[in-house]
Design a binder for this molecule. Structure first.
Ligand code: ADP
Ligand code: ZN
Length: 768
């Protein structure tokens, strides 16, 4: 057991004492019970007896193996609490074994994961299983090595034995240390091979223990370069205000509302410096695509230890960082959504940059939003939260208006640089665009001008592939995926027609699969087609396309951005991958090829998204001395989202959009619970959806004096996905708690609806 005490968190199940079941179970007065939850969609927790052999080692937050369900199959679960009070039922089963020598999560994380399960209507076990990285569960990156030490009472034994010179050296080396020594190190120091060591073991002089050690370690070392940037007045007052809050021990949330390039990141860094001075840690969440070397470098430059958690980490690296963080060795954790669960022992601050980004919401169970989890985590810890954005979500903005949260503004770009002028191009007045080209007259003129002045260009089009539809003029149909309700996208380079929902693909058809007539039309443009057109229009100019097709390889994203930074690439074109966070002073033109793709989504947030998109891409230019401008091609130039974005007027946009949402009864004035049903037989799915609706109505929809509204059932916008038919219901009410209650009341009928599968999504951001 000694080894466990030395390396508490690094041990695997094999290292624990062998359990000889059945344990002796005495149902005595001071029996200990463990509450266990499972990674299964069920709300109940179960109590198990803790066998005497595990009483000293089992802690809440560790995994156990217990008999469970029909057949009492040994199943893995999470111990979430221990109690001496006998729970009210009989026939306790005992825990079969303990899987973690030390808890994987601490008490605050147990509270947080429990809150998530209640808020997002899933089980606690599902949340725990999802937030603890696989590499931490499997202890990836560690291995067991034999370590040696002198046996108890070896001295008495030595009196009757004669040792060889080599054996004596081994004993001497081991005498000089108090810790067991790794085999390699020992044979090195004693200048010997393995056999004398083995002899000493046989003679009972030396004993061996297995100890888990890291095979490769991760580095979080930064440069800690102190900055010379002088904060401007607005930055200074923002920093001062948050630091006051830090000192107060209150949990306040700040919306750092600042246009692109207004110096928000510098504000985060200054506040974090203060947090680090207190000996505490900070978590900074950024969208995955912003985890560029540029961002990382900025933090590494300013702090002595920074862990970067992105999706390309191996299990071993993730585990390595997790342990470093848990030991308090990391000052700043920068990462995407799941970094909100970083086990920082003394967290002092959470920052969410680009608060409005949809990637902060997880789209599988648990369907949490990292911003809401952060709000809960900081409340529990009594620390501040900073949400940064140039285009805050209307949910966050409304909290600011209602003074529930504190708005800190950075209204200007640093160094007095103006925001770029945004020009709207009406595509209906341009013949070549009408004929299917991507670059209109105005765009071509602006591009030529920009290139002539040695500037660089970014073109944005959020559709990948060559064309999003293969259209038959004879029968008026498009080629569709047989399993999903979507058209196939033509990819010219790969020579396939591909379903972007399920990856189904076929050779590009030459005739219509519906009517058999030849001559399919490539309808609409994707980035691949845009690339062809740009190259044809600007021969000799280096063009780079960035989308998930060209950026498959690890590191390709960074290489692409580096060649753009170096000026080797003059025109960068791509999907939303290039809309965010990039800071290249030489970019003098940003072109939005088709603003209407985001405007015409079946989603009440389409307008908000379009505004955000134009504001974000506009943020990519005008950052240097050359200035810059933005061209937006659209067939809807009168849409408020486009008009306000062209004026850089977020507050006016927010005002009118909030009015609109208020009138229609949409978030942020209500919350929505989306109930999605799927099954292989459409009639079953529809019937199940109808039963849910009737069930909800029978429970009484008036709660807190306000009627909860039900929309549907109706087929989802993508009515078929991966062979499943999909239906949805939308339940709305101002209180999220009420929505939760209603769902919990109706949930017991869910098992009766099998094989139709049901999932619920609170505050959905996708309505596909
Ligand atoms: P944002 O996060 O709002 O887009 P950044 O913090 O990235 O803005 O700032 C944009 C650029 O301006 C960065 O290169 C940053 O180093 C620089 N910067 C920030 N604050 C100042 C300042 N007070 N004086 C001069 N340069 C600054
Ligand atoms: Zn498909």
């Amino acid at each position: 057991m000694q080894s466990i005490a030395q390396q508490p968190s690094l041990f695997t199940p094999e290292d624990l004492p062998e359990v000889s079941t059945p344990w002796e179970i005495v149902d005595s007065e001071d029996q200990l019970y463990a509450e266990v939850v499972f990674n299964l969609p069920m709300l109940k927790s179960y109590h198990y007896l803790v066998p005497s052999g595990l009483r000293d080692n089992l802690r809440p937050g560790a995994r156990v193996r217990v008999p469970f369900g029909t057949g009492q199959k040994l199943t893995q679960g999470y111990c979430v609490s221990l109690t001496r009070t006998r729970p009210a039922h009989r026939n306790f089963k005992a825990i079969e074994s303990l899987l973690d020598a030390a808890p994987l999560v601490d008490a605050p994380m147990l509270r947080l994961t429990r809150w998530i399960s209640e808020e997002y209507l899933c089980s606690w076990g599902q949340v725990l299983d999802s937030v603890i990285p696989a590499g931490v569960k499997s202890k990836a990156g560690t291995r067991e090595l034999l370590h040696f030490e002198l046996a108890e009472g070896y001295e008495t034994r030595l009196t009757t034995l004669k040792l060889s010179a080599t054996q004596q050296r081994i004993v001497d080396v081991l005498r000089s240390t108090t810790e067991p020594m790794a085999g390699d190190e020992l044979t090195g120091l004693a200048e010997c091979g393995l056999s004398p060591l083995q002899t000493l073991r046989n003679k009972g002089i030396v004993v061996a223990t297995k100890i888990r050690t890291w095979s490769k370690s991760v580095s979080s070392v930064g440069e800690n370069d102190t900055s010379a940037i002088l904060l401007n007045r607005n930055q200074h007052s923002a920093v001062t205000r948050v630091i006051e809050s830090l000192a107060s021990g209150k949990s306040e949330t700040f919306l750092l509302y600042g246009v692109t390039g207004s110096g928000k990141t510098e504000v985060y860094i200054r506040v974090i410096e203060e947090v680090v001075r207190y000996g505490r840690q900070a978590i900074v969440l950024v969208p995955e695509i912003s985890l560029t070397p540029q961002t990382i470098r900025r933090f590494r430059k300013r702090f002595a230890s920074v862990a970067v958690l992105h999706s390309h980490l191996s299990d071993a690296e993730r585990h390595g960082y997790w342990q470093q963080i848990a030991r308090g060795q990391v000052q700043v954790i920068v990462g995407a959504r799941s970094a909100i669960f970083a086990p920082a022992p003394n967290l002092g601050l959470v920052v969410i940059d680009e608060e409005h980004e949809t990637s902060f919401k997880q789209d599988s169970t648990p369907r949490y939003h990292a911003r809401e989890v952060a709000r809960q985590r900081v409340r529990d810890a009594g620390i501040p939260l900073i949400l940064g954005s140039a285009t805050p979500t209307l949910e966050t903005w409304l909290r600011g208006i209602r003074k529930e949260e504190i708005v800190l503004s950075l209204p200007h770009r640093v160094a007095q640089r103006p925001l770029p002028p945004v020009m709207i191009v009406d595509t209906r007045n341009d013949q070549s665009l009408q004929k299917g080209a991507s670059l209109g007259r105005a765009m071509l003129v602006a591009m030529r001008e920009s290139l002539a002045k040695k500037g660089q260009i970014i073109l944005f089009l959020n559709v990948r592939g060559y064309s999003p539809a293969l259209f038959c003029r004879a029968c008026g149909q498009s080629v569709r995926c047989p399993d999903c309700d979507v058209t196939l996208t033509y990819h010219k380079q790969r020579q396939i027609a591909l379903c972007h929902s399920c990856e189904y693909s076929i050779d590009p058809p030459t005739s219509c699969p519906n009517c058999g007539k030849p001559g399919l039309l490539f309808l609409g443009q994707g980035t691949e087609r845009l690339e062809h057109e740009v190259k044809a229009r600007f021969p000799g100019v280096s063009v780079l396309r960035m989308d998930s097709d060209t950026m498959q390889q690890k590191g390709s994203h960074d290489r692409a951005l580096e060649s753009f930074r170096q000026g080797e690439v003059r025109i960068l074109l791509g999907t939303q991958m290039i809309a965010k966070g990039l800071d290249f002073p030489n970019v003098t033109l940003v072109g939005v090829i088709d603003a209407d793709t985001s405007l015409h989504q079946p989603d009440f947030r389409a307008s908000e998204r379009t505004f955000q998109l134009i504001a974000q891409v506009a943020g990519r230019t005008g950052r240097g001395e050359l200035g810059g401008k933005v061209l937006v091609q659209t067939a809807c130039p009168d849409q408020p989202a486009i008009l306000y974005a062209a004026r850089h007027d977020y507050t006016a946009f927010a005002r009118q959009e909030l009015e609109h949402r208020h009138t229609l009864g949409y978030p942020p004035f209500v919350r929505i619970l989306r109930i999605i049903l799927r099954g292989e037989i459409e009639a079953d799915v529809e019937k199940a959806a109808e039963r849910i609706r009737l069930g909800l109505e029978s429970k009484g929809l008036e709660r807190d004096g306000i009627l909860a509204k039900i929309l549907g059932p109706a087929p989802c916008p993508v009515a078929r996905l991966k062979k499943y038919f999909r239906y949805q219901l939308q339940l709305s009410h101002p209180s999220g708690e009420v929505l939760g209650q209603l769902w919990r009341e109706i949930e017991p009928i869910v098992p009766e609806l099998t094989p139709v599968e049901i999932s619920v999504d609170l505050d959905p951001i996708s309505f596909r």
